[in-house]
Write a protein that binds this ligand. Structure first.
Ligand SMILES: Cc1cc2nc3c(=O)[nH]c(=O)nc-3n(C[C@H](O)[C@H](O)[C@H](O)COP(=O)(O)O)c2cc1C
Length: 386
């Protein structure tokens, strides 16, 4: 998209609708779906509606500096792409498009253990911006081998996800017969035939695979297998072994946050896994103020879940986050329009943030704090309108 061309899909709703048209139902539902009745998914987004900001007037023309320093890295934007498994389901080449966008925008790209393109490839393509996300899905030795692989690939940051002792119950996946390894039934055949563009592209490129398990596990990868190997003992071993910055993702409890901080974890990702694990889990935005209070003002906190527009990023920063990640919006943008779609999403978010800064009378994203909140930060009311 040229700078002067309007973005044809300017909102999250536009992106989601376009992705829904483009993707087979089984794939769209895997990305879009969440645990249980999906109340948590709606709550994650609605939590942002409860936060209001206080504009300031007659302030000098704003600079709109969006750069941040996080975990020793200079980042071009205050947001990045959350780790997601099997991104190439959104369309062949999605992993590479996300990596190209990360290089262009100088933001981190989460690369999942369950990823569909090798971390080494994505490190190179993103110009060193890949953060490897680790699951303990099999033995502890296997997980440590994956961490060693990320270290050898020169990843600066390893993210250990700890909110999946078991994979959440996602009724849409059950209903659609989505499982790994995938077994094609008649209804999938019909679903794919109704989405020829996706199907032909995927057929030509080959069905996405969980490439990090190649040569590691002969039986292949089962996404529903328990991931209970990620416990406090494992974290202690990982902290000893992993030489660079370590993030723990999926933290909502202030007590857990303090213990993780004391164990030498470098940052936490306050997240409920996009409400894909526990429908009733509190929202990351709700959890944030208490976690910030528990870990103190200088400890890095990343938030993900329900962020859908630039103003949401500003709200998360105002409520105590240092950085924000988005999941589904990136995959919808890639499904809808490939790399141009992802770049347009990034530019729109960045623009939104600059506009919000101007309204708030701030020159840079680094200045955003609780002073921009119209009401003091605190646990949000429980009666979200969802
Ligand atoms: C399709 C999909 C796959 C995901 N796979 C992973 C994963 O492999 N590892 C992980 O830590 N989180 C995974 N997540 C969770 C995201 O990292 C992130 O927490 C969540 O998507 C944020 O919520 P949002 O989608 O509302 O932005 C996945 C999310 C989606 C939508």
């Amino acid at each position: 998209m040229r700078k002067d061309e309007p973005n044809p899909l300017p909102t999250f709703a536009d992106l989601r609708a376009a992705a829904r048209r483009r993707l087979p139902r089984v794939v769209f539902d895997f990305i879009d779906g969440a645990a249980g009745r999906e109340v948590g998914l709606r709550r994650n987004m609605a939590a942002f509606d409860e936060v209001t900001l206080m504009p300031r007037v007659l302030v000098d023309p704003p600079v709109g500096d969006l750069t941040v320093r996080l975990l020793g890295q200079e980042l071009g934007l205050p947001f990045g792409c959350a780790p997601m498994g099997m991104c190439n389901l959104a369309g062949p080449g999605t992993d590479l498009a996300l990596a190209d966008a990360a290089a262009r925008g100088r933001f981190p790209l989460g690369v999942s253990t369950a990823g569909s393109t090798a971390v080494e490839v994505l490190m190179e393509r993103s110009q060193g911006r890949a953060w490897f996300q680790l699951y303990v899905t099999g033995s502890v030795d296997e997980a440590l081998a994956l961490a060693d692989r990320a270290a050898a690939a020169q990843c600066e940051v390893l993210t250990l996800t700890v909110d999946t002792p078991r994979t959440g119950n996602r009724p849409r996946d059950t209903r659609n017969g989505f499982r790994t390894p995938f077994r094609m039934g008649l209804r999938h055949f019909v679903d794919f035939a109704l989405h020829p563009r996706w199907s032909l592209g995927t057929l030509a490129a080959g069905a996405p695979r969980m490439v990090h398990f190649d040569g590691l596990r002969p039986g292949g990868y089962d996404r529903t297998a328990p991931r209970r190997g990620a416990n406090w003992d494992f974290l202690a071993r990982l902290r000893e072994r992993w030489p660079r910055r370590l993030v723990v993702k999926g933290v909502l409890n202030p007590g857990d946050a303090q213990r993780l901080q004391a164990m030498g974890v470098d940052a936490l990702q306050v997240s409920n896994h996009g409400a894909r694990q526990l429908d009733a889990a509190l929202t990351p935005l709700e959890a944030l103020p208490a976690i910030r209070a528990a870990v103190g003002p200088d400890y890095p906190l990343i938030l993900d879940g329900g962020v859908r527009q630039g103003e949401d990023v500003v709200k998360a920063l105002a409520c105590g986050a240092d950085f924000v990640m988005l999941g589904r919006p990136f995959l919808y943008a890639a499904a809808a329009r490939g790399l141009p779609g992802v770049n347009a999403l990034v530019d729109t978010l960045a623009d939104d943030i600059r506009i919000a800064l101007a309204q708030l009378g701030l020159a840079s994203v680094a200045e955003v704090g609780s002073q921009v909140l119209a009401a003091p930060a605190g646990p949000l009311p429980r009666d979200h309108r969802v």
